[in-house]
Write a new protein. Structure first.
Lengths: 567, 248
């Protein structure tokens, strides 16, 4: 009993104990913040990678792709664990937007917009077209509402309905807008190659992408409130994205031959939009529906370059995957167009035979929950299907088809980031040994300071074990107090890191440590890993124990008579 | 000569503490210093014994050995018929807590604790952990009685640093008595006090002895103080050379 009593007395009446508490506090807070941001980063990279390619990817080693993808898809459709699959053409090309003087090398992805949206997050990554429901909810979460579903829903309803009212007012304002005259239209083409359309006005109004997302969601919603989150999600069902250029785009061209037949989707970071330091994109009016020329360099099945293929497209949307490397280098065009441009379409041969159409990869979505076990099982089944078809069609074998899960495809990158996180946490943990030393030194001083007390306690019957327990308990209380403070402040900091960065560091002090132009993500990614936090707290308490251990042993072994004589 | 029976007026008093042929040597640097050489002493129940001797004669060492704070190199210490040398560490701790009450020259109070808490501390040592709550603290009533008896009732919440030397020593005496020990071991309790305050402290000890028959072994180098004990034992060069009933 006297052990607990003396512990609390020393704790409350010794000012010096504030220093180890402070050391443990800062250390725990620092470790939690670093670990959470790194974990958030790794998971965001993971999620981004997965959302780009589905659960399982069938890829070819050859740049010329692999044939019989339709047969593979048909067989996959028979597998119970497969929900959807979509073929993709991937190739390199040039992107030329004359109106905005943008000329750059890009990765051209030929996708089927509807099926691609089922397998990957392609649909929800589009700006102008509808977002996937969960993405919309997550976006709301991302704007500073990490609250419960109930609060989130209330916020969503309020925000969406207020946006609906604003939109209604705007629609009224634009209702009187007259169609542009033919004279003005020709003049406009001569001057800027662009027409100020009704939609362009609307685009100009919504420069801030968040407001626009809300608008898009509102447009999809009936004007009513929702009973629960599921009802909200149900109402937010996305419309299948399309590459079709809108009818008014056709009016821009002098002759029908100039008219682009296909739309394209550009990566949001391809260089057309201004992006402020908070990650918001400012889209100049007129970018949408602008004509672009995309040139692809096809690779033959004999791995030689063929004649480059150029086509005119019209920008129908932009895509934001939140992965800078993708958004800055990727242009999406319709699958069948890409197939032709890459010389991968079905071809009739001179000998009367048919060369089957090819694709670069097939992305597959697994049914049920996308747990690792499920995905691995699905991968095995898919690999079996592919192998069976390879036996039937030797051409497939030549293509060197590989079936990998999303995790395996990006394993190297993820592993690197993962290792980085572990290394940083380890290094910081190593630095945190300073805490052990601080506690040791302070406790050593304390034991020296309390030498006479130790003698007194022994004289009145205190045992060696009892004295050891006093100092160990003391160390544990100090480290626990620091760890708990560190836990709460660390989690609070992580929860509010973007707010602290934007409103305190940037707005008050003008300091920006998270440059969105350098890092992939527009917001500081963070995710508190409860397991990691638990270990950090345990480690901190153990560090306190370790620091107090030697002084406690010294105290326990102190000779009472010598201790009483100590001055 | 060492075991002169006290003239307490009662018949055949029982020996409380027996120190038999105690030898103790300290190593000071390269040299061994023999402090006690076959020292023997018996303290009977209800006796007030003063141990006198010059500085460095081994008085405090003998007291520490008697109080199980230190062990002898040779010889045995018997307390209430039990050999301290054969006791387990745990039993010795319990003995120090229950049966001995120490009063030191420099008071040795814990500076972080109040007067009441200092007095209660020995009672807390033997109490179970779940009685840590201040209201349920064991021995609180006795502590209050003792402090009232010693004139410290209005000083309960004071810290030792806020007390005078005499008051501190009275707190130390109250602490020594909280567990109702069989023997109070006082090591120069007046050594750090002025003669008047020293006499007050001595009066307190004598009052305890006379009032409740408390056995006391008091170490002092002051013969005037020693003279107020029942018996005076003289230690010279590590040996008990004289043990005579006090003339007062």
């Amino acid at each position: 009993m006297y052990k607990i009593f003396l512990c609390f007395r020393y704790l409350t009446r010794k000012g010096i104990v504030l220093f180890p508490v402070l050391a443990v506090w800062l250390c725990v807070m620092m470790l939690i913040i670093v670990n959470s941001i790194m974990t958030g980063f790794v998971n965001r990279v993971r999620d981004a990678g997965r959302s780009l390619m589905g659960d399982v990817v069938i890829q070819s080693d050859s740049m010329a792709g692999f044939p019989y993808y339709r047969q593979i898809q048909k067989q996959l459709a028979l597998l119970p664990q497969i929900k959807a699959s979509t073929p993709v053409i991937s190739g390199y090309g040039l992107f030329n937007l004359p109106e905005f003087q943008v000329n750059t090398g890009v990765q051209v992805m030929g996708v089927k917009a509807d099926s691609e949206s089922k397998v990957s997050s392609f649909g929800s990554s589009l700006f102008w077209q509808y977002k996937a429901p969960m993405q919309a909810v997550q976006d709301l979460r991302g704007v500073g509402f990490p609250a419960s579903r109930k609060k989130l829903l209330a916020y969503a309803q309020k925000r969406l309905l207020s946006a609906a009212k604003e939109e209604h007012a705007r629609q009224q304002a634009f209702a009187d807008l007259k169609p542009i005259s033919s004279h003005a239209w020709f003049a406009s083409i001569r001057r800027h190659w662009q027409v100020i359309s009704h939609e362009d006005y609307q685009q100009a109004v919504y420069k801030e992408n968040r407001a626009d997302r809300d608008l898009r969601m509102v447009q999809a919603l009936p004007n009513r409130s929702f009973a629960n989150a599921a009802a909200l999600r149900k109402a937010l069902v996305p419309r299948a994205p399309t590459f079709a250029p809108p009818p008014q785009a056709a009016n821009r061209y002098m002759t029908a031959s100039d008219e682009p037949k296909s739309g394209c989707v550009i990566g949001v970071d391809i260089g057309l939009y201004k992006r402020d330091r908070f990650g918001h994109y400012h889209r100049p009016p007129g970018v949408r529906f602008s004509p672009v020329i995309i040139t692809m360099v096809p690779v033959t099945i004999k791995a030689t370059l063929a004649q480059p293929q150029s086509r005119r497209f019209v920008i129908v949307d932009d895509s934001r995957t939140r992965v800078y490397a993708v958004d800055s280098k990727t242009v999406y065009i319709p699958f069948h167009v890409a197939q032709k441009m890459a010389f991968m379409q079905q071809q009739d041969l001179l000998d009367g035979g048919v060369r089957p159409g090819r694709c670069s990869e097939i992305q597959v979505l697994v049914r049920h929950d996308s747990s690792e076990v499920n995905i691995l099982a699905a991968r095995k089944a898919i690999a079996h299907v592919v192998h069976q078809l390879e036996l039937l069609h030797p051409q497939m074998e030549i293509a060197g088809i590989r079936v990998r899960t999303w995790d395996q495809v990006q394993a190297e990158y993820i592993r690197a980031v993962d290792n980085e996180r572990n290394m940083i946490t380890f290094l910081l943990g190593l630095m945190s040994l300073v805490v052990v030393i601080v506690i040791f030194l302070i406790f050593y001083m304390l034991v020296r300071d309390k030498t006479r007390d130790i003698g007194i306690i022994k004289a009145i019957g205190g045992s060696e074990e009892g004295l050891g327990v006093i100092f160990i308990l003391y160390g544990m209380l100090i480290s626990s107090a620091g760890a708990i403070l560190g836990l709460f402040t660390g989690v609070w900091f992580v929860r509010n890191d973007n707010w602290i960065h934007d409103h305190i560091l940037w707005r008050i002090f003008g300091i920006s440590i998270w440059n969105r132009k350098i890092y992939v993500f527009s917001k500081i990614p963070d995710q508190v890993d409860p397991h990691a936090v638990m270990w950090i707290v345990i480690f901190a308490i153990l560090a306190g124990l370790l620091g107090a251990l030697i002084p406690a042993i010294i105290a326990a072994r102190q000779d009472p008579v010598e201790a009483l004589r100590y001055e | 000569m060492n075991n002169v029976q006290p003239n307490t007026g009662s018949s055949a008093p029982k020996p409380l503490l027996e120190l038999i042929k105690i030898n103790k040597t300290f190593r000071l640097g390269p040299a061994d210093v023999r402090v006690l050489t076959g020292a023997g002493l018996t303290v009977y129940e209800g006796e007030f014994v003063a141990l006198v001797g010059a500085s460095g004669s081994g008085k405090s060492t003998l007291l520490h050995i008697a109080g199980a704070l230190e062990s002898a190199d040779e010889g045995s210490v018997m307390f209430q018929g039990q050999d301290l040398g054969r006791m387990s560490r745990r039993s010795r701790h319990r003995l120090r807590n229950h049966s001995f009450g120490f009063v030191f020259q420099l008071y040795h109070l814990l500076p972080e604790l109040s007067v009441l808490e200092n007095v209660l501390l020995p009672a807390m040592v033997c109490a179970p952990w779940y009685k840590a709550c201040i209201r349920a603290r064991p021995g609180k009533r006795r502590a209050l009685e003792l402090l009232e008896q010693l004139g410290l009732k209005d000083r309960l919440r004071h810290r030792p640093s806020q007390l005078s030397g005499g008051e501190r020593q009275r707190v130390a005496i109250a602490r020594a008595l909280i567990n109702e020990p069989a023997l109070v071991l006082a090591d120069e309790p007046t050594g750090n006090l002025d003669p008047k305050t020293g006499q007050t402290i001595l009066d307190v000890l004598r009052g305890l002895h006379k009032g409740s028959g408390q056995s006391i072994l008091l170490v002092t180098h002051d013969v005037n103080i020693a003279a107020q004990a029942d018996r005076v034992v003289t230690l010279r060069d590590g040996k008990i050379v004289d043990s005579t009933p006090s003339v007062t």
